[in-house]
Design a protein. Structure first.
Lengths: 262, 267
C-alpha cells in the first residue's frame, strides 16, 4: 500500500512539473473550465425563469445539484480524464505492453499516472461554487447529511470511472474508440440532469444498467432526505456489481490483447 | 472542382470505414437526445402549468430540443481541423508540394463531415416522426429543407473559420485544444443548441442579434420546423456572412503572422 502511495506522489510531482512548463496552456485550461461552469449554471438559471420546480428540485436545490456535478467533473478532469483518454491509443499502438510488464497493478498505473495539474485550480473554483450553493440554501442540512453526501459523491467518482471504462474496454476488439466515445458523451449528459426527471424504463436503465443517473443525483438527494438508506443501498449495490463486471471484462480484454497488432 | 470532389470522396470513405461507429453513434445520439429533451421538457411544462413556453408548445419544444443538438453536430463537422497538430508536428510541410490550398483541403474535409451528420439528422427526423409523431404546427416544405441546407453550409464554414483561429494559436502556444473546447461551450449556449433563444431574457435576445453565434443553430432548426419567416431567416444569414468575412480576415492575418514563426519541424 505504501509503495502505491509513494508511486502516486511521484505521479503528482511529475504532473505538476510538466504542467508548469507550459504556462500559457495552463491558463487556457483554467479559462475553458470557468466558461464550462458558467454555461452549466446559466442553463439551469434560464430554465428556472420558466418554471418554479424541476424534477422535484427548487432552484436552490438545483444549484447544489449543478455545483455537485461541476465539482465531480473537476475531480474527473484532474485525476482520471487524461488517463482514460489515452488508453485507446496505448491499446492500438501496443504501448500497453510497457504497463503490463511493470511490477505494479497495470490498472493503477494506467488510470492514475497522469494528473491534470492545471485542473487543480478549477477544482478549487468548482469547490467554491459548491460552497456558495450550499450557503445559499435556505433549508437546513445536518452534519450526517453532509457526511453522507461527501462520501457518496466520492463513491460517484468511482462509479463514473467504472462506467467510463466499460465504454473504453471494447477498443480491445473494435480497434477504434470513435463511436463509443461519442456515444458515451451523448449518454453522459444524463448525469448532468436529476435522475428523477426521467421516467419509466429510461430511469431504470440510468439507475442500473448505465448508472450515470445516480452518480450525482443520489448524493444530492441524500442532502435533502431524512431517509437516505434506500439511496445508499442502491448506489452501493450498483457500484459493487459494476466493480465485479468491470473486473471480469478488464481481465477478459487483457487476455485478448495481442500487443502492437491489436 | 475535381480536387474538391476527390477530397470529398476520400473523406466519405474515411467516415464509412468505421460503419459500426457511424451507426452506434447515430442510434446512441438519436435515442439519447430524444430521451433527454422529452423528459426535461415534460418536467418543465408540467411544473409550470403553461401551454406555451418561449413561444413553443410542448411538442414543438421537444422537436426543437431534438433537432438543435443534431444541427450543432452538423456544424461542428469534423470537430477539429487538426491545424494545431500540423503546426506542432511539422505536417504543414507536405502541403507545400500539394497542388491545392491548405484551407481548401480542410474546408472540404469539414463540410464532408457536415454532410454525413446532416444525413444522420434527416434519418433522426424520420425516427422522430415514427416514434413521437410530428407536432400539428410543424410545416414541412421543400423550401425549408433548401434553406436549412444553405444555413448549414454557411454556419459550418463560419465555425470552421472560428475553429481555425483557435487552432492557429498553436503557432504561439504548445497545447491549444482547450481553446477549441471553450469555443464549443460558448456556441452550445449562445447559438440556441442547448436552449431555444426565445427562452433567454429579452436583453440577452437583443444582444444575441449582433453576435456571430445566433445564426448557427436557432434559425436552421426553426426554418426546418416551418416556424420562422424567410425574411427573418435571411437576416440571420446576412449577419453570419458579415461575421464570416470579418473572422476570415482575422484568420488570414493570423496565418500570415504564424507562418513567420513556423519552423517546419516537429516542435
Amino acid at each position: 500500500m505504501s509503495r502505491y502511495l509513494k508511486l502516486y506522489l511521484h505521479f503528482l510531482r511529475f504532473s505538476f512539473s510538466r504542467a508548469l512548463q507550459f504556462r500559457l496552456d495552463f491558463s487556457f485550461r483554467i479559462i475553458m473550465d470557468m466558461i464550462f461552469y458558467l454555461v452549466n449554471i446559466a442553463f439551469f438559471k434560464i430554465i428556472y425563469l420558466h418554471t418554479p420546480m424541476l424534477a422535484g428540485f427548487s432552484e436552490e436545490q438545483m444549484m447544489i445539484f449543478v455545483a455537485s456535478y461541476l465539482f465531480l467533473d473537476s475531480l474527473i478532469m484532474t485525476f482520471l480524464a487524461n488517463n482514460i483518454w489515452l488508453l485507446p491509443t496505448y491499446i492500438n499502438k501496443g504501448d500497453l505492453d510497457y504497463y503490463l510488464v511493470r511490477p505494479v497493478s497495470s490498472l493503477f498505473f494506467l488510470s492514475l499516472r497522469d494528473i491534470a495539474a492545471n485542473s487543480v485550480i478549477n477544482m478549487i473554483a468548482a469547490f467554491s461554487i459548491l460552497i456558495w450553493s450550499l450557503n445559499s440554501y435556505s433549508g437546513s442540512i445536518n452534519l450526517t447529511q453532509y457526511f453522507l453526501y461527501g462520501l457518496f459523491l466520492l463513491n460517484g467518482l468511482g462509479l463514473y470511472y467504472l462506467v467510463r471504462m466499460m465504454f473504453v474496454i471494447p477498443v480491445f476488439w473494435m480497434h477504434t474508440s470513435r463511436g463509443l466515445d461519442e456515444l458515451f458523451w451523448g449518454i453522459e449528459q444524463c448525469m448532468q440532469r436529476p435522475v428523477d426527471m426521467f421516467k419509466g424504463s429510461f430511469k431504470r436503465i440510468l439507475s442500473t444498467v448505465i448508472p450515470l443517473g445516480v452518480i450525482v443525483s443520489n448524493p444530492v438527494k441524500m442532502l435533502f432526505s431524512n431517509e437516505p438508506g434506500p439511496l445508499m443501498i442502491q448506489m452501493g449495490l450498483v457500484t459493487v456489481v459494476f466493480g465485479f463486471v468491470f473486473n471480469f471484462f478488464w481481465k477478459w480484454a487483457l487476455e485478448n490483447y495481442s500487443s502492437a497488432s491489436s | 472542382m475535381r480536387l474538391t470532389k476527390a477530397i470529398f470522396q476520400m473523406e466519405m470513405r474515411n467516415i464509412l470505414a468505421y460503419r459500426f461507429s457511424f451507426w452506434i453513434n447515430f442510434f446512441g445520439t438519436t435515442i439519447g437526445q430524444l430521451g433527454l429533451s422529452y423528459f426535461l421538457w415534460s418536467s418543465v411544462y408540467s411544473a409550470s402549468n403553461s401551454q406555451r413556453i418561449g413561444g413553443m408548445t410542448f411538442q414543438m419544444m421537444i422537436l426543437y430540443s431534438f433537432l438543435a443538438p443534431m444541427t450543432l453536430k452538423c456544424i461542428h463537422g469534423m470537430q477539429n481541423l487538426n491545424i494545431n497538430q500540423d503546426i506542432f508536428d511539422g505536417g504543414l510541410n507536405k502541403y507545400i508540394i500539394y497542388p491545392l490550398s491548405y484551407f481548401q483541403f480542410k474546408w472540404v474535409q469539414h463540410l464532408t463531415h457536415t454532410f454525413s451528420h446532416a444525413f444522420q439528422l434527416f434519418m433522426g427526423l424520420a425516427f422522430f416522426a415514427i416514434m413521437i409523431g410530428m407536432p400539428s404546427e410543424y410545416q414541412f416544405g421543400a423550401i425549408n429543407i433548401i434553406c436549412f441546407l444553405i444555413n448549414l453550409a454557411i454556419a459550418s464554414s463560419l465555425f470552421a473559420v472560428m475553429e481555425s483561429i483557435m487552432e492557429m494559436m498553436a503557432f504561439w502556444a504548445d497545447n491549444v485544444w482547450s481553446l477549441s473546447v471553450l469555443l464549443r461551450f460558448v456556441i452550445n449556449l449562445l447559438s440556441g443548441a442547448w436552449l431555444s433563444l426565445t427562452l433567454f431574457p429579452d436583453w440577452a435576445q437583443q444582444a444575441f442579434y449582433y453576435l456571430p453565434f445566433k445564426g448557427m443553430v436557432y434559425p436552421p432548426v426553426k426554418i426546418l420546423m416551418g416556424d420562422m419567416s424567410l425574411l427573418e431567416w435571411a437576416q440571420s444569414q446576412l449577419m453570419m456572412m458579415v461575421w464570416f468575412v470579418l473572422i476570415s480576415f482575422l484568420a488570414r492575418k493570423m496565418w500570415q503572422a504564424g507562418n513567420l514563426r513556423y519552423t517546419g519541424v516537429g516542435i
